[in-house]
Ligand binder design. Structure first.
Ligand SMILES: Nc1ncnc2c1ncn2[C@@H]1O[C@H](COP(=O)(O)OP(=O)(O)OP(=O)(O)O)[C@@H](O)[C@H]1O
Ligand SMILES: [Mg+2]
Length: 247
């Protein structure tokens, strides 16, 4: 008997006006897996995250979380059921301090979960230290650089109680040193048993941290496999660079 997938997407399509943006997408993510979602610009990755997190309703198909059909649930209800998201463009509160931004994440925890954390103030400082932003704790988030804002958003998402994390280009605009740190954070999430679906353009990065990679091309699942299978696939090269006329 195979375990029920944490996330199950079945025959999902999305049309906006006359454009088909997602075409008959079916995929499964098992609990505890770290899955990479890659594909050329405009292939539908962020749109798929919008459908998974409830910001867009699909034209056809279903999204199930732990076997429950959540296709018609609103984004806030899905968040309550355990779907957390890091946005491609920042979702942080610019007028709040860094400390306050992290405290917002703790607010989504249950009383029991909060009790386990203990002193919220030191837990907040520790969270900021994870991404080396502890010295800016009392600054307004809007005063951070682009890369620092992304790190703050990642730290905030990591501290919530979400079981499925959707990370949209978490390393975009982040220096190589911090990229390593983000990779370590994702590995620690896996150790905690959380499930991560991550969009990235950096293939070596994704290959290092993912169990499996799914490739989207013009709104369809074009390829799926282990990092080594996908990296060595001729089809991947065709998707990114076009078919080689000499072969
Ligand atoms: N609300 C919308 N209305 C019309 N077209 C849209 C809408 N949202 C997305 N699209 C189109 O859908 C396609 C997929 O966009 P999406 O943002 O999902 O791509 P992506 O794979 O995330 O690309 P990138 O790697 O550049 O972030 C694009 O052609 C985009 O213009
Ligand atoms: Mg995108």
């Amino acid at each position: 008997m195979t375990a029920e997938p944490l996330l199950s997407v079945s025959h999902l399509s999305l049309r906006i006006q006359d454009h088909t943006i997602l075409k008959d997408i079916s995929l499964e993510v098992q609990a505890g897996e770290v899955v990479g979602l890659i594909g050329p610009n405009g292939s539908g990755k962020t749109t798929l995250f919008n459908v998974l997190s409830g910001f867009l309703k699909p034209t056809k198909g279903t999204v199930c979380l732990c076997g429950e059909d959540i296709t018609h649930l609103s984004a806030p209800l899905r968040a309550r059921k355990g779907i957390g998201r890091v946005f491609q463009d920042f979702g942080i509160f610019r007028d709040m301090t860094l400390l306050e931004n992290i405290l917002v994440a703790f607010e989504s925890l249950t009383t029991d979960e909060r009790r386990k954390i203990g002193d919220l103030r030191s837990a907040t400082q520790e969270t900021l230290a994870m991404v080396q932003l502890q010295h800016f704790a009392k600054k307004k988030a809007g005063s951070l650089s682009g890369g620092q804002m992304r790190l703050l958003e990642i730290a905030r998402t990591f501290k919530g109680n979400k079981s499925l994390l959707l990370l949209d280009e978490p390393t975009a605009g982040v220096s190589p040193k911090m990229t390593h740190q983000i990779a370590d954070l994702i590995r620690s999430l896996r150790r905690e048993g959380r499930t991560v679906l991550i969009i990235e353009h950096d293939l070596p990065f994704i290959a290092k941290i993912c169990d499996r990679i799914i490739v989207l091309d013009v709104g369809e699942v074009a390829l799926e496999g282990s990092p080594s299978e996908v990296q060595s696939s001729k089809k991947l090269k065709e998707i990114y660079f076009g078919a080689d006329p000499t072969t």
